[in-house]
Structures are given as C-alpha cells and as structure tokens.
Design a protein around this ligand. Structure first.
Ligand code: 2RA
Length: 329
C-alpha cells in the first residue's frame, strides 16, 4: 500500500506518521508531502529516512491512499488531483465535510457507509469525533432527542503557534500570538470565527457534523466551544435527552462494551477522565456518568480524548485500515 501524508511536517501530520508507525500500518511506500520550503528535507519513519516531496511529485507517484492535514484550501485544490490519479483521499480539514457527495466518517459510528466509489473521505472535527463515538451506542439503545455540549478544548487544536503562545506566557516572555487575548490562566469562549447566528464556526461544526455522521437530523444539538490552556486533549460536558428512559447501570455497561470507549467513572476514588491521562491515547474516555435530576430521561457525561489522535490522526488511519480490511482501496 503506497501512502502519502500531505502536511507531513504539521502538528497532525506528524501524529499521523507516528500512528501509522505504532499501528504497523501495511504500507509498502511512504510519501511525505509538505510545502515547497520543506521539499528535500527528510523525515524518519520506522528507522528509515524519507525525502519530503512536492504535491506534483506525490501525485505522479500515484499513492493508493493520501492522508491530508494541510488546511482546507490545499485540500480543495489538490484532493481532486489525487482522486484523478486514482488515489483515495482521507482529509482532516473541514473542506469536504458537509459536501453531500462526501462521506464524513467515524469508524465506530458509520464506517459501513463507505464504498469503493468514495475517493475523497472527510475526517470530522476533533470535538465532534469524540462526542459521536459515545452518542452512537446510546442513540441505538435509547434514541437521542437533544444534546447540549460545552467543550474545553486544548490549544493543540489551534496549532503550533498557540502552543508557543501558551508556553511563552507561562515563562512571562512575549512572542507570536495565536489568540486575541492571553490564554494562560484564562479561557476563551471563541473557537474559529463568529457566525451570523452568534455561534462560532466550531460550534456549528459540532451541530451539523453530528447530524450527518449519525444520519439523523432529528437529533437537536447545541454547543458552546471554549479554548482552555491545556495540552493533552479536549474535554466535553455533554447532556443528553432521550426519547426512552434508561438505567444508569445499563448505560455504563453499554459504554464499557462499546468500541473505542474506556469508562473511567469511580468518583468515590476520584477516578474520572482528564486530558493528562488521555494524552497520546487513541480511545475516548467517559466518566461522571449520572442522571440529570433536573429533567426526565436525561443524562450527564464527561468525555475526554486526545484531539490530535482520536480527534484527527488516529481516526483518519482507522478509516484507511477499514478501507483495506474491506478491500475498498
Ligand atoms: C480546534 N477543533 O480545536 C478545532 C480544529 N482542530 O481548534
């Protein structure tokens, strides 16, 4: 399997390479792709050095799969070129996610939708991925009416510049700014741009992507997404209202048996999911499982995952693994 990683030197691209290595992905040739300024440099993969090549060179090499994490504009311009060359593209940007002709995939939820005809596949937004992994088994059992989610998102979701801003502020030194305000000892209720309806683009991604991935527009979703000064991953407080009532012990049992989920829920011993524990892990961690006593048939959960792994790189690699397993590529 010839695999291109487009954006190989970026935060997510670097993690994609790490995940491919860790999971011993069945690749026969690796094609790292980055901007012109990086062409000619080398990356090390499984102890071997690989030269970074240009987009045109990579397309000419006709990879079987191209994992993209290089921004929406790059993906809009070049993903169709890879598709023309016979490559299946799995794109981490938001460019294709809401295109009705493009599948938006979280393997634990809707990998079954994939077919050999899907040559551009969209990887959902990190904050959406970790939430729908948990919603899916509960929706199947109790049918979800409404979801209210508040997120607490790592600066790594913004990128290297944001991490540098946080670390510089910690050291009391000036430097490049990724945010309009200080992020250290602060929180910003503002991720991406504000829309006409007063929501941010990040919040509307969670709303629209959830309905598309769950294939159910009847699920009402509202979101408040917040940036916080942490590194290890995104955390989410999720309130779910169901059509049908539930038993807490059964909810816990369903989640414990669901793919990709680890339940950490023992408050008597102060056991609950935290970004520090989710960091560099591929699972979605769920805790603080409790009935919402203010409403009928409603549940509160706390969901944590590494946004660079399950929220981006690992989910994309898992899609690629599924395509190979089902001989769709
Ligand atoms: C963020 N989910 O956290 C967005 C994009 N990675 O900034």
């Amino acid at each position: 399997m010839k695999v291109a990683v487009v954006g190989a030197t970026g935060l997510v691209g670097t993690v994609m390479l790490k995940v491919l290595e860790e999971r011993n992905f069945p690749l026969t040739e690796l094609i790292p792709v980055a901007s012109e300024k990086s062409v000619g440099k080398e990356i090390t993969f499984k102890g071997k050095k690989f030269p970074i090549v240009s987009m045109d060179t990579a397309i000419g090499m006709k990879p079987d799969i191209a994992l993209f994490s290089a921004g929406g504009n790059t993906s809009l311009e070049h993903a169709p070129r890879f598709k023309e060359a016979g490559t299946t593209v799995i794109d981490n940007s938001s460019a294709w996610r809401m295109d009705p002709a493009v599948k938006l995939i979280v393997p634990e939820v809707n990998a079954h939708e994939l077919s050999i005809d899907n040559k551009i596949i969209a990887n959902p937004n990190c904050s959406t991925i970790q939430m729908v992994v948990v919603l899916k088994p509960l929706h199947d059992k109790y049918k979800i009416k409404r979801v209210v989610v508040s997120t607490y998102q790592s600066v790594t979701g913004t990128g290297v510049k944001a991490v540098e801003q946080l670390m510089n502020e910690r050291k009391g030194i000036d430097g490049p700014k990724a945010y309009p305000y200080e992020i250290d000892l602060n929180v910003l209720p503002h991720i991406d741009v504000f829309m006409e309806n007063g929501y941010t683009k990040e919040e509307m991604k969670m709303v629209k992507e959830t309905n598309k991935i769950m294939s159910d527009d009847s699920i009402k979703v509202t979101a408040t997404t917040v940036r916080i000064p942490v590194m290890g991953g995104h955390s989410e407080s999720v309130n779910i209202e169901f059509e049908n009532d539930f038993d807490i012990a059964e909810v816990r049992s369903i989640l414990e048996k669901s793919p990709g989920i680890i339940v950490v829920d023992d408050v008597a011993n102060l056991k609950y999911p935290m970004p520090k524990d989710a960091h560099e892990k591929d699972e979605v961690f769920v805790g603080r499982i409790r009935r919402d006593e203010s409403a009928l048939k409603a549940l509160n959960l706390w969901i944590v995952a590494d946004n660079l792994r399950k929220g981006a790189a690992t989910n994309a690699v898992q899609i690629a693994e599924y395509l190979i397993q089902k001989e769709l590529v």
